[in-house]
Design a protein around this ligand. Structure first.
Ligand SMILES: C[S@@+](CC[C@H](N)C(=O)[O-])C[C@H]1O[C@@H](n2cnc3c(N)ncnc32)[C@H](O)[C@@H]1O
Length: 277
């Protein structure tokens, strides 16, 4: 039987298809680079290169948690790492399977439900860390790491100013540090790449302005004028959802400046206490 697609999975797949990109993570933009949809794949490649450059020497085996389309895993394999993946989203898992071939193990489950006796030199979260509570991911990763292993994560966190901004997602950064301190990890590095990743919001905002808002407004006009009875009928059921959608996507508040104000995009390497010593 065909599986049901969650709205989160749908969003990720739709985004990748509309943006015509193989990656589901942000781009890493350098000063002077024109921030356009056309340059997004190049910026995403730069992001993957940045991420891979952070893998410590000596790492051989990697678990890619939330592998998306499998593109990052493919790059890791090309660089000679042994890679296994975790992918709870069936549609994305299919895409990753096609890309990686039958020899790469993809666990079709969440990290929380992952049942394996395997352990790894490095557990990677490329923009998948925000989907799992640190109270669950941090202890689970300790079980999955070899004695000298590392957790590498690249993701954004929410700043205290986040409040009710239109930008959702990200664990609260201050609470994350507090939780982290309760586990035997050493924060080997913690780089802030918010400035390099914020331009992605501009790409999305341009797309919303140029395509989605005009389509949305035209459809709304059509239904108000041609099908007022339908609007009246559906309004009580859909009003709250539509207001939320309009605030989130069409209020033009998903900007690079808002991202810089409300989020902190970070790349962190957490090593098991005693790793490398
Ligand atoms: C934004 S995408 C990032 C995909 C990929 N890592 C990349 O860098 O392009 C988020 C990924 O996290 C996965 N994910 C969401 N919840 C998860 C969970 N509880 N356990 C493991 N992966 C999860 C999604 O299926 C998706 O593959």
């Amino acid at each position: 039987m065909a599986h049901k697609v969650s709205s989160r999975e749908l969003g990720l797949i739709l985004g990748a298809r509309l943006l015509k990109t193989e990656d589901l993570h942000y781009g890493y933009w350098v000063p002077g680079q024109e921030v356009t949809l056309r340059n997004l794949p190049a910026a995403q490649t730069a992001h993957s290169d940045y991420l891979l450059s952070k893998i410590p020497a000596g790492v051989k085996t990697i678990l890619d948690v939330g592998c998306g389309t499998g593109h990052v895993a493919q790059l890791l394999l090309q660089r000679g790492y042994e890679v296994e993946c975790v992918s709870p989203a069936p549609l994305l898992t299919e895409v990753a399977r096609k890309r990686l071939g039958p020899d790469v193990t993809i666990y079709p489950t969440t990290l929380e439900a992952l049942d394996t006796a395997s352990t790894y030199d490095l557990v990677l979260f490329s923009e998948s860390f925000q989907y799992i509570s640190p109270d669950e991911s941090l202890p689970r990763v300790l079980e999955l790491l070899n004695p000298d292993g590392h957790l590498l994560l690249c993701d954004f966190f929410a700043l205290p100013s986040d409040g009710d901004s239109a930008l959702s997602g990200g664990h609260p950064l201050d609470r994350f540090y507090t939780t982290l301190a309760t586990y035997p990890y050493v924060l080997t590095f913690d780089e802030d790449i918010t400035a390099q990743t914020a331009p992605n919001l501009q790409v999305i905002d341009d797309m919303l302005r140029d395509y989605f808002i005009p389509v949305w407004e035209t459809l709304a006009y059509y239904f108000r004028t041609n099908k007022p009875w339908l609007v009246r009928l559906l309004r009580p059921f859909l009003r709250k959802r539509i207001e939320k959608l309009e605030f989130k996507y069409f209020s033009r508040s998903r900007t690079a400046e808002a991202f810089i104000r409300h989020k902190s995009y970070r790349c962190m390497l957490l090593s098991r206490s005693g790793a490398g010593s």
